[in-house]
Design a protein around this ligand. Structure first.
Ligand code: ADP
Ligand code: MG
Length: 700
């Protein structure tokens, strides 16, 4: 096939050679001609994207300037040296660029008289507009291109790339020669029906335009096309996985029977919310198809996912199957166990608990019961998935707070029994675009409704100097008979410093609120101590609970209506939201007070503001995604998805949707990708994507 040259090494291309090829591979993974074509420029320069130095303003968005280096100097400062460079733009307008780091090499990078483009945020110091640690591109010979109105592509670079002469200019030349030689041979990988349906620019045109755009509008169409293609292969991976899943047999449940009905109608002291009903209906439908269920229930903290889990377990029991309910921590497993006993004992059911810290005899009794079908319901931590745990007839496995488990752990539960139905639950609502990608191989039920009568938690931000006021408020709440949490950060369970914080906080608070009972839980306590303290808090014997983040997940004490988070600036946004979810669990007004030091990074400020602004988990997660960027957002990397080179999960929601539609249609039309018009997709899919299925597989 004529596309074979795409697999060839870039080393043999004109202008590359052995040394450059090595560095290029090492720095950016560019090995083959295909890699090179997809080595996208990181920025473009043309007259419309350059801000004249004379028109600079302070701005939080970065801007690009072009000019000539007029002076450079290392300046001694109060604490340390800095490097300053004066850039002159058109008509003598000048600005400053400043570096505090890299002073040992940055001064050598620039020569006076050189043309350079700088990219960064602009601040004003005294009379100078200034960029700190800006991105830079040297424009030897490029200015002429700009002067003729061309759009100039700037590529990712590094010191090592510079050393072997791989800069934007030489890269452009290599790509240019490549197109001159092979351009017409590039075949269209996508079938006509797809490019037509989504009105996509031809692939070959898009690749040329991404490197050598003729206009901004051509560039924008090219980007759309290449983003689509990138997203399409990921969605194809997911569609393929859904397709193969849909062929896995699962236990065949009956219609819900007496257990389910009694639980919902007689045991529960409240009506199910609409969202709970919908999620349950999804589960009931999934489990009666004969194929295995793989459903994720996504619901904000406090939306009542546990009840859905219990109802699903009753449904399994109605069909004669056992259920396993796995939680990430012992506190949480025990809390579920307590709830399950409360809910199920009236129905004559005794749930079994399996956790690491229980006595040998307790454990053995539980194991026996689970093995012999005496136990229709087992709840526990990952102790549930140990070798020796054998179920008699496991039909349903539920994983609570599923994002806290590793892929391998989720996979193990799947091997218990005859491929049980899988119900995954998460309180981390994620933006739809990310859900379509991260969870694209699962069916998703969204619980976007809180039980009736809940009042949104009032959240405020307080600085240290108002601590007196805050304590007065705590006193007031405690007098009213409410309970409160005070949470300290604990980055690593082993970090003694943080622990000291919580312990000394605890001692201070004991003195401060000597007329109330103050308790302490942290990750280094034995789990029975922890449990005893939690239980006393739940029973109302402790009024004020000081803790590290061990209470983050799922703990449910409705009478606790006040949460104080110390050093709130140190927490991630979704963690703050999870913590806040511990209060606001009744019809009494709840409060969350974020105590934050003055040293707040810009990101920390945004996080804290988001908390003050909204209680809505989905909005919080959108903001979190924007603040952190997709790569970082709870480990897309660890999910096994390829890194995105051009598409952006935060921005390209519509394209993700289209790519998903295209991929789904493709697997429906041609599941084996046998048709000649799909052969190029198949080749690339088999080579680069199919192998990822294993690492990506979330539950099996
Ligand atoms: P989460 O979704 O965070 O796991 P839980 O399952 O812990 O939430 O439920 C939070 C609280 O809401 C619990 O005290 C539970 O009893 C209560 N709850 C659940 N469903 C309802 C409902 N439909 N009406 C009223 N309260 C409910
Ligand atoms: Mg929960």
């Amino acid at each position: 096939m004529s596309d074979d040259f795409l697999q060839e090494s870039v080393r043999y291309l004109k202008g590359v050679g052995e040394r450059r090829a090595e560095v290029w591979d090492d720095q950016f993974g560019v090995r083959t001609v295909r890699d090179l074509l997809h080595f996208y420029p990181r920025r473009y320069l043309d007259r419309s994207t350059i801000t004249p130095v004379g028109q600079l303003r302070e701005s939080s968005d970065p801007v690009t300037v072009v000019g000539t280096v007029r002076a450079k100097d290392i300046v001694p400062g109060k604490r340390s040296k800095r490097f300053e460079l004066i850039l002159e733009g058109e008509r003598g307008a000048k600005m400053k660029c400043t570096w505090f780091q890299g002073i040992w090499f940055i001064p050598k990078v620039f020569e006076v008289g050189e043309r350079v483009a700088f990219h960064g945020k602009v601040q004003k110091y005294g009379r100078w507009f200034s960029m700190t640690h800006p991105d830079y591109d040297k424009l030897e010979g490029e200015s002429a291109l700009l002067d003729t109105g061309r759009i100039v592509a700037l590529y990712p670079g590094s010191e090592a790339m510079d050393k072997v002469g791989l800069n934007s200019r030489s890269i452009r030349r290599v790509v240019y020669n490549l197109f001159k030689e092979h351009g017409l041979k590039l075949e269209e990988p996508l079938p006509d029906w797809m490019t037509d349906r989504f009105e996509l620019m031809e692939g070959r045109v898009a690749l040329r335009a991404i490197h050598f755009p003729k206009s901004q509008s051509e560039l924008s169409r090219a980007r759309t096309r290449l983003k689509f293609e990138e997203l399409f292969y990921i969605q194809l991976l997911l569609a393929d996985m859904r397709q193969s899943r849909s062929e896995i047999a699962g236990p065949m449940f009956d219609e819900p029977g007496d257990y389910t009905r009694q639980f919902v109608r007689e045991v529960l002291p409240f009506e199910l919310t609409g969202a709970q009903k919908r999620a349950l209906k999804d589960v009931i439908a999934d489990t009666q198809t004969g194929t295995q269920m793989n459903r994720l229930v996504q619901g904000d903290v406090g939306s009542g996912k546990t009840v859905v889990a219990v109802a699903a377990m009753m449904h399994a029991l109605d069909s004669g199957y056992q259920s396993a309910f796995m939680a990430p921590t012992e506190i949480l497993a025990e809390q579920h166990y307590t709830n399950l006993r409360k809910y199920l004992n009236p129905l004559g059911i005794e749930p079994r608990l399996l956790i690491g810290s229980q006595s040998k005899s307790e454990r053995e009794e539980a194991l026996r019961a689970v093995r012999s079908a005496d136990a229709p319901v087992a709840v526990g931590t990952h102790a549930l998935i140990q070798e020796e745990v054998q179920f008699d007839r496991l039909g349903l496995a539920i994983v609570d707070e599923q994002h806290r488990f590793g892929v391998a752990q989720r996979a193990t539960i799947f091997d218990k029994g005859d491929r049980p139905h899988m119900l995954l639950m998460t309180a981390t609502p994620i933006p739809r675009s990310l859900a379509m990608t991260l969870y694209g191989d699962l069916d998703v039920s969204i619980m976007d409704e809180m039980p009736a009568g809940r009042k949104p938690v009032k959240t405020v931000l307080r600085a240290e100097k108002r601590r007196g006021e805050v304590y007065a408020f705590v006193q007031d709440q405690l007098e009213k008979g409410q309970q409160a949490y005070v949470v300290y950060p604990l980055v690593e369970e082993s970090e003694k410093v943080d622990l000291k914080d919580a312990v000394s906080g605890y001692e201070k608070l004991q003195k401060q609120f000597s007329n109330h009972t103050v308790g302490l839980v942290h990750g280094q306590m034995k789990s029975d101590e922890k449990d005893a303290t939690m239980r006393r808090f739940k029973n109302g014997e402790i009024d004020l609970l000081v803790s590290t983040t061990v209470i983050e997940v799922g703990v449910d004490v409705a009478n606790a209506t006040l949460m104080i988070i110390e050093h709130a600036e140190r927490f991630g946004l979704s963690q703050l939201h999870q913590l806040r979810g511990r209060v606001g669990r009744s019809d009494i007004q709840s409060y969350c007070i974020l105590m934050a030091g003055y040293k707040r990074s810009a990101e920390a400020k945004e996080r804290l503001q988001a908390m003050v602004d909204t209680n809505d988990g989905f909005e919080i997660s959108e903001r979190d995604l924007q603040i952190r960027g997709a790569g970082d957002f709870f480990g897309t990397r660890q999910s096994g998805l390829p890194d995105l080179k051009i598409a952006d999960i935060t921005e390209d929601e519509d394209l993700i949707e289209e790519a998903r539609e295209g991929a789904q249609e493709l697997v429906e039309r041609d599941p084996e990708l046998d048709a000649p018009e799909h052969s190029r997709i198949r080749d690339r899919y088999d080579a680069e994507y199919r192998p990822r299925q294993d690492s990506f597989a979330r539950v099996g």
